[in-house]
Design a protein around this ligand. Sequence first.
Ligand code: ZN
Ligand code: ZN
Length: 446
Amino acid sequence: MDPFTKPLLACVALCAAASLSPVHAELDVVKLKAAIETSVEADYPKLDALYKEIHAHPEIAFQEVNTAARLATEMRALGFDVTEKVGKTGLVAIYKNGDGPTIMVRTELDALPMEEKTGLAYASHDKTNWNGRETFVAHSCGHDIHMASWVGTAKTLVGLKDKWQGTLMFIAQPAEEAGSGAKAMLADGLFTRFPKPDFGFALHDGPFGYGSISYRVGIGSSNSDSLNIKFQGRGGHGAAPQMTIDPVMMAARFIVDVQSVISREKDPTEFGVVSIGAIHGGTAGNIIPDDVLLFGTIRTFKPEVRAKMLAGIERTAKAVAAMSDAPAPEIKITEGAKAVMNDPGVVETAAKVMKVAFGDNFKPSPPSTPSEDFSEFVNAGVPSMFFNIGVYEPERVAAARNGTGPQLPSNHSPLFAPVPKPTIETGVTAMTLAVLSAFDQHARGK
Ligand SMILES: [Zn+2]
Ligand SMILES: [Zn+2]
């Protein structure tokens, strides 16, 4: 039976076994949540300052040097043993508190190569060099919210250390957006130089109401593949196209035709997306360029759907070039993050507690279509839960849904602007309860 259809008690006796240490006698979730909220409220000015500082000075994949140093300082001040430069710019922060399981909590460190247009007082105006070009940098995926929640959770768990026993392993991962940061940490000995965690947790913010948490059992996010295509033509005068092979025409045709792989070849009941996010080609209106580069992303949940889409995309690109009597295009498809699989046991344990704590604001949701390289840690053998927290005023979300208000900017929009206080407070409270639930479950020998 689905545990959420059962009547829920206001107080979950998480650890009633008499043989256990008195610290595990019983957790009253309602009281515990109130204690966590009081602690977060008192700490909030510091977390707010941390959030706004990181938001204003974001750093891109594998360049997160100042961000990592700032978090290292915070964690050392809390008594964590911190190792820097794990996986280039990553951090591992360990806090031991007696015998018990090792529980991992992950945040990302990186921002995006894009301009922030929120107009907020703490908006980023920073620029960096990326792939040989100057670009603005912005925390438009909300990883700054995750970092503030991560530090707040560490502080709260240290403050509640009489309620749990074991080891906290807080990791700050570089380059999530590049899909390579988790791999870099693992390759640098994350689970050999440090304890391999018994359980893992991570959260991500999203464009729904603050105070709300969504979760899933099983598939939680998509498989991601990046797509690079170079259509090779023959450049020449725009007024004499018969002397050329026009790669702009090929790119345009491909961008439209590739969507028929989604609509006509893939089973319509299965998830699959291909989006072309960047086109690089040409310099002037009257010059047909030699070549055009396309950069895209392919997202799926299931391996068989992925295989079908990759084959269709490749076939379409080749056919488009053949139609123009052009050389075969250069097609590079690079596998990125795999789907995150949420562990049923870890989720069920945390869900019992979070349902009591958050009521109807804690709810299951369909898998999310973005991708996450948190899957690397899961696939390395860490049973985990990845959940989402909302960032906007619930009234604005309701108005957007019923058409009486504007659509709200999603992650990766230049206008993405979480409301910091309720979002971070929910992140800390939810993550602290999730970690405590796992310690408690383990302490009861389950
Ligand atoms: Zn993102
Ligand atoms: Zn993200």
